[in-house]
Design a protein around this ligand. Structure first.
Ligand code: 5AD
Ligand code: SF4
Ligand code: FES
Length: 349
């Protein structure tokens, strides 16, 4: 199996058959070799730098019903909140003081925030912090809205494709369209956003073939950013009894994503940190190069519950920022508080 890893390192891709073979026969030795080469690739592209993004979870309302997610509309027990534009700006001010130059504005799909409201919020943030990048993570909207928000100053957009398996996507996303989500990602790219896609690992019913398809899809889309995290069950969802994705499988997918897309920005996700106390550090050592500490007000943090036992819900933004810096340095990397644009975006300037 090691030969396949070396072939991937040399060529930057594998066929679907080879990927499935590799995933189904991954032994410890092969895995460690994969992690080593992924870390090397990341070093060639981005050195030992880890980029920090300030995450602001501004609304826990969602009109969707994704089977895995604690914020799904069908979860009547979820406590919902919305931050006002002024409260969101206040989070940005605190984040800017702490050194952040990227703000990620994330929410469920919440139409309360109209296109005009979001555009004016983005203009306000950019007016106050012209040297900061704004990343949106607000789900599916009209192309016109995406355009308006880009013109207002948004730089980047995160929207995971969740899974590249049509069958699995349809099972997990009642009344959502597999094709429409992919169209949204392409629209976002054509408007000029730096785009992030990504998927969950260990979804119930997910096969090695499905995971191979995730990588093949990413290679074709060529996104600037790739979010990969383990599925973790949430008590108040239809998947409450399902098994979580494993640490090892998720790290393997992070490493493979790095070798398929050497220039991508890949976060060590909070879900990985939830699965294992060293999950994020291990992801950095397997090719990830971004961390997204929480800037949301502590009073609302526990309410943004996508899955059980989410970490960092009790800590002030400053504590989280400090804690991460220590962790990143202890793991042998250095923190970069710059905007941290993707190499792809910088090359096309
Ligand atoms: N476990 C892990 N990740 C989840 N997400 C949503 N619910 C869960 C869960 N139960 C992820 C989705 C979404 C991102 C914001 O969080 O991939 O795109
Ligand atoms: Fe809503 Fe996103 Fe959760 Fe789906 S994953 S229910 S769209 S917050
Ligand atoms: Fe949030 Fe350690 S990273 S408290």
């Amino acid at each position: 199996m090691k030969q396949l890893v070396h072939k991937l390192y040399a060529r930057g891709e594998l066929s679907k058959v080879e990927l499935v073979d590799l995933l189904e026969h991954m032994d410890v030795e092969t895995r460690n070799e994969l992690f080593r080469l992924a870390r090397l690739r990341r070093e060639q592209a981005y050195g030992d730098k880890v980029y920090l993004r300030g995450l602001i979870e501004f609304s826990s309302y969602c009109r969707r019903n994704c089977l895995y997610c604690g914020l799904r509309a069908g979860n009547r027990e979820a406590e919902r909140y919305r931050l006002s534009p002024e409260e969101i700006l206040e989070c940005c001010r605190e984040g800017y003081e702490l050194g952040f130059r990227t703000f990620v504005l994330q929410s469920g799909e919440d139409p309360w925030y109209t296109a005009d409201l979001l555009a004016s919020l983005i203009r306000d943030i950019k007016g106050e912090f012209p040297d900061a990048a704004i990343t949106l993570s607000i789900g599916e909207r009209e192309a016109d809205t995406y355009r308006l928000l880009y013109e207002a100053g948004a730089d980047r957009f995160l929207m995971r494709h969740e899974t590249a398996s049509r069958r699995l996507y349809q099972e997990l996303h009642p009344s959502m369209s597999f094709d429409h989500r992919r169209q949204c990602l392409e629209t976002l790219q054509s408007i000029g956003y730096q785009v992030g896609a990504g998927f969950m690992v260990g979804l119930p019913g997910q096969t090695a073939e499905d995971l191979a398809e995730d990588l093949i899809y990413l290679l074709a889309l060529n996104p600037d950013m790739i979010g990969i995290g383990p599925f973790i069950p949430h008590d108040k969802t239809p998947l409450a009894q399902a098994k979580a994705g494993s640490l090892e499988d998720t790290l393997v997918m992070v490493a493979l994503a790095r070798l398929f897309l050497p220039e991508a920005l890949i976060p060590a996700t909070t879900a990985l940190g939830t699965l294992h106390p060293q999950g994020r550090e291990l992801a950095l050592k397997a090719g990830a190069n971004v961390v997204m500490p929480n800037l949301s007000p502590v009073a609302v943090r526990k309410k943004y519950a996508l899955y059980n036992n989410k970490i960092c819900t009790g800590d002030e933004s400053a504590q989280c920022r400090h804690c991460l810096e220590l962790r990143i340095e202890a793991a042998g990397f250095s923190v970069d508080m710059g905007r941290g644009d993707s190499l792809k975006a910088l090359a096309s300037r």
